[in-house]
Design a protein. Structure first.
Lengths: 113, 113
């Protein structure tokens, strides 16, 4: 079945540092890929997405590129802020309609001033 | 504003009791989902529904039940058969089309006392 593997946290950074969170997936066909963010005590918010190979999703300074050859969708941000402290989830959904999301285990990021 | 509303935000249940978590959406989405999140872990799918009056089991459906009598509503009942119900429950919805992103509610934290 489909699966998503992302690096375990917590990841602790200083403000303005570079952030990378690795995400790899296993799926049949060509799924759509997503990054979601969860702030403490809240639900998940869509951060960015990519629907086909070589697409780059971007939002709020975060970027991720759909790499079919390495089945990866790593999340990056060039200069993090304290407000970026959250849990980040990589997810996929198969291309066919009506399919549900499969999530990775989440990566907690803590940015210190 | 359109969105997904989960209630209550916090819920306490005595052992042996059934409880129902509410999820309502006004996004006109066809599909709705229930996920369970345990501390430090990813999301696991409990049940999902793609159309009214139809739903399917997810990966961890045992001890839970749902109904989908209206497009806007997808309540989740945690029954006494669920051995370890203390968790954070998230409801989501999406358009029924190829590779949609899901929109999440703010979650309900259920604690067994």
């Amino acid at each position: 079945g489909d699966s998503v593997t992302q690096m375990e946290g917590p990841v602790t950074l200083s403000e303005e540092a570079f952030l990378t969170i690795n995400c790899t997936y296993t799926a049949t066909g060509y799924p759509s890929l997503f990054w979601y963010v969860q702030y403490p005590g809240e639900g998940l918010q869509l951060l960015l997405k990519a629907t086909k190979a070589d697409d780059k999703g971007s939002n709020k300074g975060f970027e991720a590129t759909y790499r079919k050859e390495t089945t990866s969708f790593h999340l990056e941000k060039g200069s993090v802020q304290v407000s970026d402290s959250a849990v980040y989830f990589c997810a996929l959904t198969p291309r066919a309609a009506g399919n549900k999301l499969t999530f990775g285990g989440g990566t907690r990021v803590l940015v210190k001033p | 504003d359109g969105g997904i509303t989960q209630s209550p935000k916090y819920l306490f249940r005595k052992e042996g009791q059934n409880v129902t978590l509410s999820c309502e959406q006004n996004l006109n989405h066809d599909a709705m989902y229930w996920y369970r999140q345990d501390p430090g872990q990813g999301l696991r799918l409990i049940y999902y529904s793609q159309i009214v009056n139809d739903f399917q089991k997810g990966d961890i459906a045992e001890g839970y039940s749902v109904s989908r009598e209206k497009k806007e509503s997808f309540p989740l009942t945690v029954t006494s058969a669920q051995k370890n119900p203390t968790a954070f429950y998230l409801c989501a919805s999406s358009i029924y089309r190829e590779a949609p992103e899901a929109f999440f509610g703010q979650g309900t934290r259920l604690t067994v006392v």
